[in-house]
Write a protein of this length. Structure first.
Length: 300
């Protein structure tokens, strides 16, 4: 007699069937897991019922159905509201709801006080990437190492997994740090297209040049990491801060000529000038991290 691998797969409860939650549910169903779903608006879960999921009438009923409970809701407050009054004892709660590191740490303590193991997650993917191994999507996880180890295979069905530590806040911190870097990149892309827009330059022709340039510049992150690790911001500097600040004048004059607002660039430029004014012209830009850490109003 042989074991049935489908029958041995961990059943999953999923709270939240929005775009991301539905994509997660379909990935687990496709991998052969039994899936129980709950959504505050029940009608939004019915499509998944037709695809093989069991729809619970209440969050409490959904939590009771399975030991492994996944939350993918609007925000941290929604998680608290959905789980208020439910019995979490002996449950494994994995929270894939987007939040802050502080919210994740507080939610972990809240869950553990109710007898649950807790794992927080930060999803580095959009719904169409879920359940598609070649998409490159993955999820940061942090919190209970035992929970992660036990359910690693189940958690890997929708997307890749990256465990980043026992501190429950680390998944959210990694998530937000990467999203913040993305926001800065989008700001630069937006400014670049604004500069060329008035001219006879096709955006579709310019786009591959922009992608290639940003790809070539991205490894500068490694030098920043090395500088922060050693405390030496002057090693292997190709374009020092003094040179960069001098070059900023050309960027600003060009924006003026093209009648483009420089407001996406000037906050960073102001920090560069302040660091230069402190006598660090021979460094790269790594020291700007220190200015951000010591910004007025920054919590200690």
């Amino acid at each position: 007699m042989t074991d049935n691998p489908v029958a041995s797969r961990t059943p999953v409860t999923l709270l939240g069937t929005g775009a991301m939650g539905s994509a997660l549910a379909r990935a687990w169903l496709a991998a052969g897991h039994e899936v129980t779903v709950w959504n505050r608006t029940p009608a939004r879960a019915q499509t998944l019922a037709a695809e093989g999921a069991t729809v619970a009438r209440t969050a409490a009923e959904a939590v009771t159905a399975n030991r492994l409970v996944i939350a993918c809701l609007l925000d941290d407050a929604s998680v608290g509201e959905a789980l208020e009054g439910t019995d979490l004892s002996s449950r494994d709660l994995v929270n894939l709801t987007t939040g802050t590191p502080a919210e994740a740490r507080a939610r972990a303590a809240w869950a553990e006080a109710r007898g649950a193991r807790y794992l927080d997650g930060g999803i580095m993917a959009v719904p169409p990437m879920i359940g598609v191994p070649q998409s490159g999507g993955y999820v940061f996880y942090s919190g209970s190492p035992d929970l992660f180890t036990e359910h690693r295979d189940t958690l890997a069905a929708p997307a890749g997994t990256r465990y980043v530590g026992a501190d429950p806040g680390f998944a959210a911190l990694h998530d937000v740090a990467l999203l913040s870097a993305m926001s800065g990149m989008f700001a630069g892309i937006t400014h670049a297209f604004a500069l060329i827009r008035p001219e006879d330059i096709a955006p579709k022709d310019f786009a591959p040049l922009l992608v290639d340039w940003l790809t070539a510049m991205a490894p500068a992150a490694h030098q920043t990491a090395d500088g922060l690790a050693t405390g030496d911001y002057t090693r292997n500097v190709v374009s020092n801060l003094a040179m960069q600040v001098a070059g900023n004048a050309t960027l600003l004059r060009t924006a003026e000529e093209q009648r483009v607002s420089p407001e996406l660039l000037t906050p960073y430029m102001a920090l560069m000038e302040r660091r230069l004014g402190q006598g660090h012209g021979d460094e790269d830009g790594t020291g700007i991290v220190e200015l951000l850490e010591s910004a007025p109003g920054t919590p200690a």
